[in-house]
Design a protein around this ligand. Structure first.
Ligand code: SF4
Length: 482
């Protein structure tokens, strides 16, 4: 028996992070914050708290609600400071040893640490550390940071963390919990989001603003790219200890990853998705009767598309919200039903020329099934419109995408893809159209405003491990170091 990822035709966000400094119910706040960040990682969750004397941790496979809703669990996590993490596993098993936050005892005391993102030179660093005697417990690249902290010759936690992060390359938004502080860091390019909030006198750090909203915290500001924030008994202090780099936030956060009710780097995710849909309509509209989203991720772009071209927005596909992300697949016959476990066509498609709006095509498997489903429901024409440019390259910055040769757009032209998914027509928003929707005049080829490597192959952060042929996508080294 295997498990079937029901949403296997989207790129997957890997992680979400949350931190609290100075609240008597820090674990409960962290559980709520992680619940709001559940879309960023559904395979495992963990919280570590510090009560002034001791650290307490609970980590588990599965959803936050399944593991952190009981009084018992929260009662075993006392203390005024906490950090937490939700994780989406990219490769292999979701072993408990990989569930973050990781914790280690150092000579200066305990430190818990977790991050969202991916280090692109962690294989290289890990080999060096293993040669020098470091013993790794997990396959997580966060542990590389832990060992770099352990081997640093600097004095304070803060200096050691900076020393460690100066050696890593990659995209990360990180939170750490020491005996006296909560620390938040965003990588120099700010590829992954991170925000700062306040709840009364308590400070909150989170991947997205939706995690502030759920606990009633006030949004203070985004953590800046390359910024390190330390919150301790003396208050909050900020520094920028890394080499300056041009900001390159992941543009896919706006297209798909972030929750639509979040505001990322000052831009509403929901409004940006609607504007992308409007751009798409201006660029590639064809005569049709209704605009139908592939729910839920295609909904805002479809609203923007429908408004721009003046067509009715209709829920022509209904999503079953009670299906988990994975489903036990007992037989081949049931596996073929896969897509219907999550989506079903509505009766309102009969005889209609349909504009079907989705956010991305990765392998093309889900698009093919959904187009077939819409036709079976009686649609006369199906025109697929995608609110991202063609995904032609894998992501190495913390998003699980397949190898390049499995990306439909890397091996087929638009015409070939149209035939493959059996649509009447297929169009993607252009790269410049996407940037226009983000409020830019277009993509600045000399200094692109966002990371868009999965559409362009323009990787802003060096891919040391990948270029050395050491790892194909994300780090997994356990076999080599075991
Ligand atoms: S490669 Fe794509 S998914 Fe990855 S960080 Fe860049 S824009 Fe985001």
């Amino acid at each position: 028996m295997t498990t079937l990822p029901l949403d296997d035709d989207h790129p997957h966000e890997e992680c979400g992070v949350f931190g609290v400094y100075g609240h008597a119910e820090s674990a409960a706040l962290a559980a709520l914050g992680l619940h709001a960040l559940q879309h960023r990682g559904q395979e495992a969750a963990g919280i570590v708290v510090y009560d002034g004397e001791q650290f307490h941790a609970h980590r588990a496979l599965g959803h936050v609600g399944e593991n952190f809703s009981s009084k018992d669990v929260i009662g075993r996590l006392p203390g005024g400071c906490a950090i937490g993490h939700v994780r989406y596993a990219t490769t292999g098993e979701v072993a408990l040893r990989n569930v973050q936050p990781l914790f280690a005892d150092f000579e200066f005391g305990g430190l818990a640490i977790c991050h969202n993102g991916n280090l692109t030179n962690s294989y290289h660093l890990r080999r060096q550390l293993v040669r020098r005697g470091s013993l790794f417990q997990s396959t997580s690249d966060t542990e590389v940071i832990v060992h770099l902290i352990a081997t640093s010759l600097k004095e304070s936690v803060e200096e050691r963390l900076i020393d460690a992060l100066r050696q890593v390359q990659g995209a990360y938004s990180l939170v750490a919990l020491s005996q006296g502080s909560v620390i938040g860091v965003r990588d120099p390019l700010g590829v992954r989001p991170l925000v700062l909030g306040q709840l009364g006198d308590a400070w909150i750090i989170a991947s997205e603003t939706c995690a502030l909203d759920i606990i009633g915290a006030r949004f203070v500001r985004d953590v800046e790219p390359g910024e390190l924030i330390v919150i301790d008994g003396a208050g909050l202090r900020s520094s920028k200890p890394f080499d300056r780099a041009r900001r390159r936030l992941c543009i896919f956060e706006y297209i798909y990853f972030a929750r639509p009710d979040s505001v990322v780097d000052g831009i509403s995710v929901y409004e940006s998705r609607k504007r992308i849909g409007a751009e798409l309509a201006r660029e590639s509209h064809v005569p049709a009767d209704i605009v139908v989203p592939v729910p839920d991720s295609g909904v805002p772009a479809a609203i923007g598309y429908a408004a721009e071209c003046g067509l009715p927005f209709e829920l022509g596909i209904i999503r079953n919200h009670y299906v988990g992300r994975t489903f036990i697949e007992p037989t081949d016959q049931i596996r073929h039903l896969g897509v219907k476990l999550k989506h079903n066509a509505n009766r309102n498609l009969q005889g209609k020329r349909v504009i079907l709006v989705d956010d991305s095509i990765v392998r093309g498997t889900t698009s093919t099934k959904i187009v077939a489903m819409v036709r079976q429901a009686g649609a006369r024409e199906v025109h697929v419109r995608i609110s991202s440019p063609p995904t032609t390259h894998p992501c190495f910055y913390g998003i699980a995408t397949p190898e390049r040769d499995q990306l439909l757009a890397s091996r087929m032209s638009i015409e070939e893809m149209t035939r493959y998914i059996e649509a009447d027509s297929l169009a993607f928003v252009s790269l410049d159209g996407l940037y226009r929707a983000m409020g830019e005049r277009g993509r600045d080829a000399r200094a692109p405003q966002y990371c868009d490597a999965c559409f362009t192959g323009d990787y802003a952060i060096a891919l040391a491990d990948h270029e050395a042929g050491k790892v194909s996508t994300q780090l997994s080294l356990l076999a080599e170091t075991a």
